[in-house]
Design a protein around this ligand. Sequence first.
Ligand code: URA
Length: 241
Amino acid sequence: MRLDRFLSKRPDFNRQQVRQLLLAGRVTIDGQTERDGLREINAFQRIELDGQALQEGHPARYLMLHKPTGVVSATHDPQHRTVLDLLPEAAREGLHIAGRLDGNTTGLLLLTNDGQWSRRLTLPGSKLPKVYQVETAEPLGAEYVATFARGIYFAFEDLVTQPAHLELLGSNSARLTLVEGRYHQVKRMFGHFRNRVTRLHRESIGPIRLDPTLQPGEYRPLSAAELACTLENPAAHCTGA
Ligand code: URA
């Protein structure tokens, strides 16, 4: 693998920061300063940043978790249980969340230690569809479908939301597909109609669907097929096979 790719897989550095770290001479291979990001490295070399080893014991990991309500999408929280608390301690190290959910939202959450992969999934430009099941306090109607498809003005960000697809399933339930992930986006979109979301559940992120055999609080590694789907063709439908 190339040194710059190896470094930008970490959650804390994007590609520009990696270039700067290299230029500043902060990275060494087997004790020798290395400024060339194109340099090929192998698993037997010791890569250090500011004298700290980076690669030992950190193979890339990709997990899907069925988030229950009542845990927060954070890696640390002084007050609340976090999604990482659902994993055994040994499995938590280095993981971060690719696309958060609110505390009372359930469903698919992806966890990884591969920063490059999670950035690819969550960058606004990726336009990866995220599918939610929604239940609301007040009845829904055709005006929601048309308004969501047109986009809604969010004053705080001063933007209009990307066209979203709403499929009405019942008087108070729907399936919503978004291609972006703004703060509390689903609740704010229904809030436009002064309609409160009473239940929110994420079914899928791009090609990855929540495994229906996972109970709330359970997790499993992504299968090789699921991972290949996100790496090669995020738009494809993907099964756990
Ligand atoms: N939109 C929300 O409002 N909440 C979530 O948890 C996810 C999307």
